[in-house]
Design a protein around this ligand. Structure first.
Ligand code: NDP
Ligand code: BG6
Length: 593
């Protein structure tokens, strides 16, 4: 609910949540940089002769770290500040007393040495810090088996941090401040002892305050359970909340997903588990409900009466290079359709929830998923990309990846026709299409409306009425936009019609940079807002839909249709759509927005 009207850490966030139900943090957002008088100490920067103070988000004051001679931020950080080992020490240095009634949030990124942590999690945490959205007292710990010092983690993390392009103010300082709050602990994922040592370190940082702990499991799924067990038994909070963000994949079918949920629930309650589907954190996905429920013109059209078909399209213009090992075990249906596209479908098709509370929204989504007609093998097309040479460059085929078996039948492309057997959507095809190594990168929702009955202008469109039907396109990425294709008279004395777009192009309309999905989701997890996380019954329903067809594909060893790297994908997807009188909207002549 709190997040509904928000752009970034809105006031409601900071007032309600950081302490969960019964604890409250002092908001860092409002006022963003308030500093207790007693904390105002100025630290002389060794490299500069002038006083060079930076007010930190937690009210402390630090030296401004700027380039001194040839020294980089990181080198200087290492020299000046690496001696700081705890928040308590930090506070003492800054001259502030510790108020034991205040809360802290400790965020442990488990698998901190990995790709996702570097690419998404640390940058998102920094963006939240930059926006003043993290609570006053927070500490970030990286945890992984790799041996690293705090300084090495900071150095690694610093390479992927970027500042908001629309701000860039004090960017270097902010990064330095943020990095000083990042620490590293090396340990095994199945060692209670190693997690107990982490617990001791976290306690030092928490300095006797109410401790709230968030663990982000950014590790391969086969170690989720061990890590959860150790975190929960040896490093959970004694007096605040403990939450665990679990990355996908949540199993690979109904059975393994149920087993994972059961195992996690040995150590955590459902309300401590935050199953992340980062597509739910994307701006345009978040906007779906706003578009539909706050505009009178859309909701009445949102049914079989006016909508002919809905298309959910995901494509990437690169292959699985580097992730082949993971991907071959899952395939595109599990990687994209069963989660990202199905979640969008559920949000798109759900009935009006009673309120914007997480449970009300998730109740409606789960009803949609449970109303879905079992997916039949004949309604699924699969493909796999093969090597292709273009412009003198040879792009590898899927099985050219050394981590992929040469005879792999794993689909890198799939299209499916799904149906929701309820009163609103009876008979409306929901077509999904997802693929790697295609001709472009995009994610979009296309809503094709019915033909206008008795259209006076039919003659102007010839026999191809599809060309004249309205289409609403919600382009999730890249270059976010919502546009509605309408028919319009070309100005002039004649009567010539063309198709034009009523266009909400985000870059033109909003100057603010769109936050990354991980920012929103991390903030929600810190706040205990579950609306954008997957509940276990939603997950069960999602797996129930796809498990039988996945089993059939694998048992029957269905051979995927091969398509060249960089192409539009298998032609079978067109035949599938045509069977339901649908034409893929993304393959038509697109009027640019
Ligand atoms: P990585 O393969 O990079 O693994 C993360 C860390 O886990 C590694 O740095 C390594 O740390 C440790 N690790 C890797 N393999 C093993 C193993 N076999 N046994 C024990 N530890 C291991 O994963 P990603 O960062 O790519 O992804 C993390 C999670 O997020 C996964 O569940 C993935 O499916 C999911 N995900 C990833 C996305 C991405 O874009 N990368 C996108 C969406 C979801 P160390 O050796 O230091 O312990
Ligand atoms: C992940 C998939 O969940 O989403 C990846 O595992 C895919 O295969 C990624 O590349 C796409 O995310 P985004 O945000 O880049 O569209």
């Amino acid at each position: 609910m709190a997040a509904f009207s928000s752009m970034h850490c809105p006031p409601s966030y900071s007032s309600s949540i950081y302490g969960g139900k019964d604890q409250s943090f002092i908001s860092s957002a409002s006022p963003r940089f308030s500093v207790p008088a007693k904390a105002k100490v100025f630290v002389q920067s060794p490299g500069n002769s002038h006083q060079n103070a930076v007010l930190m988000q937690d009210g402390a004051v630090a030296t401004k770290v700027s380039l001194v001679g040839k020294e980089t931020h990181i080198e200087k950080l290492e020299r000046d500040l690496m001696s700081i080992t705890s928040l308590k020490e930090w506070d003492e240095k800054a001259g502030s007393d510790i108020n034991e009634n205040e809360s802290t949030v400790s965020i442990t990124v488990v698998g901190a040495s990995g790709d996702l942590a570097k690419k998404k999690i640390f940058p998102a945490l920094f963006a939240l810090y930059y926006e003043g959205c993290l609570p006053k007292h927070f500490t970030i710990y990286g945890y992984a088996r790799s041996k690293m010092t705090d300084a090495e983690l900071r150095s690694m993390v610093s390479k992927t941090l970027t500042c908001r392009i629309d701000k860039m103010e004090n960017c270097g300082e902010k990064m330095d401040e943020f990095l000083k709050r990042c620490f590293y602990h090396s340990g095994q994922y199945d060692s209670e002892e190693n997690f107990a040592r982490l617990d001791e370190k976290l306690k030092e940082h928490e300095g006797g305050r109410v401790s709230n702990r968030l663990f982000y499991l950014s590790i391969p799924p086969n170690i989720f359970i061990n890590a959860t067990k150790c975190a929960s038994t040896s490093a959970s909070s004694g007096n605040g909340w403990t939450r665990v963000i679990v990355e996908k994949p949540f199993g690979r079918d109904s059975e393994s997903s149920a087993a994972l949920t059961k195992a996690l629930k040995q150590y955590l309650n459902e309300d401590q588990i935050f199953r992340i589907d980062h597509y739910l954190g994307k701006e345009l996905v978040e906007n779906l409900s706003v578009l539909r429920f706050s505009n009178l013109i859309f909701e009445p059209l949102w049914s079989r009466r006016y909508i002919r078909n809905v298309q959910l399209i995901f494509s990437e213009d690169f292959g699985t290079e580097g992730r082949g090992g993971y991907f071959d075990h899952y395939g595109i249906i599990r990687d994209i359709m069963q989660n990202h596209l199905l979640q969008i479908l559920a949000l798109f098709a759900m009935e009006t929830p009673i309120s914007l509370d997480a449970e009300d929204i998730r109740n409606e989504k789960v009803k949609v998923l449970r109303s879905m007609r079992p997916l039949r093998l004949e309604d699924v097309v699969i493909g796999q990309y093969k090597s292709h040479t273009k412009g003198g460059v040879t792009y590898p085929g899927y099985t050219d990846d050394k981590t992929v078996p040469k005879d792999s039948l794993t689909p890198t492309f799939a299209a499916a026709a799904l149906f929701i057997d309820n009163a609103r959507w009876d008979g409306v095809p929901f077509l999904m299409k997802a693929g790697k190594a295609l001709n472009n990168k995009r994610a979009e929702i296309r809503v094709q409306f019915r033909h206008v009955p008795g259209n006076l202008y039919n003659r102007k469109f010839g026999t191809d009425l599809d060309q004249a039907t309205n289409e609403l396109v919600i382009r999730v990425q890249p270059d976010e936009a919502i546009y509605l294709k309408i028919n319009n008279k070309v100005p002039g004395l004649g009567m010539r019609l063309d198709r034009s777009n009523l266009n909400l192009h985000y870059a033109a309309r909003y100057s603010k940079e769109i936050p990354d999905a991980y920012e929103r989701l991390l903030l929600d997890a810190i706040e205990g807002e579950r609306r954008l996380f997957i509940r276990s019954d939603e997950l069960d329903a999602a797996w129930s839909l796809f498990t039988p067809v996945l089993a059939e594909l694998e048992e029957k060893k269905i051979i995927p249709e091969y398509y060249p790297y960089g192409s539009r994908g298998p032609v079978g997807a067109h035949y599938l759509a045509a069977r339901y009188n649908v034409r893929w909207g993304d393959l038509g002549v697109e009027q640019s927005v």
